[in-house]
Write a protein that binds this ligand. Structure first.
Ligand code: MN
Length: 235
């Protein structure tokens, strides 16, 4: 087999995210997600803050959905939840990076939603099984336009919020992230060769909850492009 070997079927297009001020889009390679990265959210899920080490799950790059979409209520769940999150886009290769090098690897930031089949996630958790059915499914990673890190500045005082049908459900600040962005990238780079195209969903603040068909979600993070999502009927 070589580069000219034909493929048996059409290869799906690479998911990509628009970048503010750029004609080119950011192609997505992998999606890493951080669990329990705000104390108040850890508490609402029945846990105390764990400073020992962050933990992760992943979603396929094909789960990416652009802001503004209507997506069907997913199969197999009775408790479909939103999680509003800061998303970090990696811009250079890093492996076993210290925090300084990790910080320099950030290409930019975006607002995102880690959509979750909560009933399936909790059932897996209780049985000590992987979270894939609850977290890693089609159309579960909503993302807005990326703002380059150089155009954003220090992470901390920015508000992060989400409304459902104009009612505020999540309302916090990025300073409440337990694991800061350079810490996350440094830690994750101890386990993976991170490369441009890798996204990190950094965890959600308190206030997660269910949505149903017809709900309209709108989320924002100060200084970043906002996101919206409409939940459609089940397929
Ligand atoms: Mn999440």
């Amino acid at each position: 087999m070589n580069e000219e070997t034909p493929m048996l079927f059409d290869v799906p297009a690479t998911p990509a995210v628009p970048v503010k001020g750029e004609a080119s889009a950011y192609p997505v390679h992998r999606i890493f997600c951080v669990g329990r990265n705000y104390a108040a959210h850890a508490a609402e899920m029945g846990f105390e803050v764990d400073r020992e080490a962050p933990f992760y799950f992943t979603k396929p790059a094909s789960a990416i959905v652009h802001t503004g979409a209507t997506i069907p209520y997913p199969p197999g769940t009775q408790n479909y939840h939103y999680e509003m999150e800061l998303v970090v886009a990696i811009g250079k290769p890093v492996f076993k990076a210290d925090e300084k090098e990790a910080a320099s690897a950030v290409y930019g930031y975006a607002a995102g939603l880690d959509m979750t089949r909560r009933d399936l996630q909790l059932a897996s958790r209780e049985k000590g099984r992987p979270w894939d059915l609850g977290k890693s499914f089609e159309k579960s990673a909503i993302i807005g336009e990326i703002t380059k890190a150089a155009d954003y500045g220090e992470i901390g005082r920015q508000r992060i919020w989400l409304t459902v049908n104009d009612e505020t459900k999540q309302d916090s600040h990025l300073k409440d992230l337990i694991w800061k962005v350079p810490e996350l990238i440094s830690h994750l780079s101890g386990y993976y060769h991170l490369i441009p195209g890798d996204l990190i969903y950094t965890g959600t603040p308190a206030g997660v909850g269910p949505v149903v068909a017809g709900d309209v979600l709108a989320g924002g993070i100060d200084g970043l492009a906002g996101i919206s999502l409409t939940i459609g009927d089940p397929e």
